[in-house]
Design a protein around this ligand. Structure first.
Ligand SMILES: C[S@@+](CC[C@H](N)C(=O)[O-])C[C@H]1O[C@@H](n2cnc3c(N)ncnc32)[C@H](O)[C@@H]1O
Length: 292
């Protein structure tokens, strides 16, 4: 039988993957998105009311149904950065320390690079890479709007193809974030044109690129260093499926580090935040430590 495409194919594919959970998950994906505001310490802004913290997240932040658009303060820097709370978890999972050499392989628009810059405190190296010139411009804008130039001495923005990076550099970084391009089903569901073009081959094709990026990341990290692999995909092919493939193709070269967070749920190899139970995400992450 020819696999279904478009909205019906999408429904069939994800209901087979998530079973009875799919209707609630789909409803949650279509609900208005919540944001968390990460305080920019360089702006000297203070939240007016006591911030409602999601426990276990170390950046000073506030969670509300809606926020005014971020704006510059008298100090000259933008007051906060809005993101999905689940997007903070990969940076927490990296366990960054000032002085480390870090690369954000797929960095644009740059929210996670901004958080990493706060953790590194201008000591070590932060390479924020993205292949798209238009999207790299957004990383430049975020750095300039949020961080004083004198606090950006360790920041570099590069334009390499993450799937091929290891051809040029090996064993060079302490930590890598691979926040990979993915199926982004939430956006597909919100966009009728995208949904009409959806086909099951799409997630399989993206998974091939994601694996190439992860294999490259394993070569550029030092032995003992860690990679956080993350996506905003629902498709398991792009999440645990990528780690399963790493076990097949790179056995003996890595081990997984299991992390737990205050929201979300464990998966076979990592951690997932789904909106039906948490109101955040979708988001998936796994922590890979290079051992050889
Ligand atoms: C999920 S987004 C990253 C979001 C980002 N980490 C953040 O927090 O703002 C994935 C990014 O990967 C970039 N990308 C896609 N293919 C790439 C490749 N082969 N090499 C490097 N970057 C790539 C895209 O341009 C896109 O900006």
């Amino acid at each position: 039988m020819t696999p279904l495409k478009g909205p019906d194919g999408f429904n069939q594919f994800y209901s087979e993957m998530y079973g009875e959970r799919w209707p609630a998950l789909k409803e949650a994906l279509l609900a208005p998105k919540k944001h968390v505001a990460i305080l920019n310490p360089f702006s000297k802004f203070k939240f007016q009311s006591t911030p409602l913290h999601v426990s276990g997240i170390s950046f000073e932040h506030d969670v509300r149904e809606s926020f005014p658009q971020p704006e510059k303060t008298e100090a000259g820097y933008t007051n906060y950065y809005l993101m999905d709370a689940a997007s903070i978890l990969p940076v927490e999972a990296m366990d960054l320390h000032p002085g480390e050499r870090v690369v954000d392989l797929c960095a644009a628009p740059g929210g996670k690079s901004f958080l990493m810059a706060l953790k590194l405190k201008n000591q070590g190296l932060l390479v924020s890479n993205d292949r798209s010139a238009a999207r790299r411009a957004r990383i430049h804008r975020i750095f300039d709007d949020y961080i004083p130039k004198t606090e950006q001495k360790i920041n570099t923005i590069t334009s390499y193809d993450a799937t091929k990076w290891s051809l040029y550099q090996k064993s060079n970084y302490d930590k890598v974030l691979l926040d990979a391009p993915c199926s982004s089903e939430r956006h597909v569901l919100e966009d009728s044109k995208e949904l009409s073009m959806w086909a099951p081959g799409r997630t399989k094709a993206i998974a091939i690129t994601q694996f190439a990026m992860l294999a490259s990341a394993l070569d550029i990290i030092k032995v003992g260093g860690t990679i956080v692999y993350s996506t905003c995909a629902l498709s398991k092919l792009e999440n645990d499926g990528i780690i399963a493939k790493l076990y097949q193709k790179r056995a003996g070269r890595f081990e997984l580090i299991h992390k737990e967070f205050s929201f979300g749920e464990p998966t076979e190899f990592g951690w997932q935040v789904l909106p039906d139970t948490t109101g955040w995400g979708p988001f998936y992450l796994a922590v890979v430590k290079r051992v050889r």
